[in-house]
Design a protein around this ligand. Structure first.
Ligand code: ZN
Length: 203
């Protein structure tokens, strides 16, 4: 395993990084803000399902900083990074090429789904989402995958993929129009609602 990409500074995403770094000598890819975030004792900790706090976790010892629109080449696969702060300050999103039944496809991963608590944070989230949508649509991205399999029906789609017949459609592949609708209904709607709620006078 050459690289481990960490989308953001929450313990459910970097909790195993130290282990993977020490066992597989993988390079840890993350944004500078996320790297600083996991080393900041005042950063919000996220309790993991096993009861550890992120401050209890062993941190990776080194990392390779990734920047906006940086491309990591892995043979024929290109992994492109977008800086998309919002879910956390250091969140990155990913775009990479692959094939599906010999057809070239481009897949995107939105780096952090849950909404932050502050108005400022949610405005930043929306700004990043607009940037991500514009960039992925311009670059003919065919799929939007969550970094949590329980989000956006991904577990179900994975099940469908396992039993898919060669003639059947890949449930993750979307037309340009479907891709935009997917972003609007799964992500944009909720952040706009939250911004409106936080802007109400009684807040
Ligand atoms: Zn998170």
């Amino acid at each position: 395993m050459k690289y481990l990409v960490i989308t953001h500074e929450h313990a459910d995403h970097y909790g195993g990084a130290n282990y993977i770094e020490s066992v597989y000598h993988s390079k840890i890819l993350m944004s500078e803000v996320a790297w600083n975030g996991i080393h900041d004792p005042n950063t919000t900790v996220l309790v993991d399902p096993f009861g550890n706090k992120s401050s209890d976790l062993a941190l990776p010892k080194s990392y390779q900083k990734v920047d906006d629109k940086e491309v990591i080449s892995l043979g024929e696969t290109k992994l492109e990074i977008l800086l998309t702060p919002g879910h956390t300050e250091g969140t990155i999103s990913l775009i990479f090429n692959t094939t599906d039944n010999n057809t070239d496809r481009v897949v995107s991963i939105w780096g952090g789904t849950g909404l932050p608590n502050t108005l400022e944070g949610n405005k930043k989230y929306l700004q990043s989402l607009n940037y991500f949508e514009r960039y992925t649509v311009e670059n003919n991205v065919n799929a939007l995958v969550s970094n949590h399999p329980f989000v956006n029906d991904l577990l179900n789609d994975m099940k469908k993929l396992r039993s898919r017949k060669p003639t059947e459609k890949n449930p993750l592949i979307l037309t340009k129009e479907e891709f935009k609708i997917n972003i609007d209904t799964t992500l944009r709607k909720s952040v706009i609602e939250k911004i409106n709620n936080l802007q109400k006078p009684n807040n």
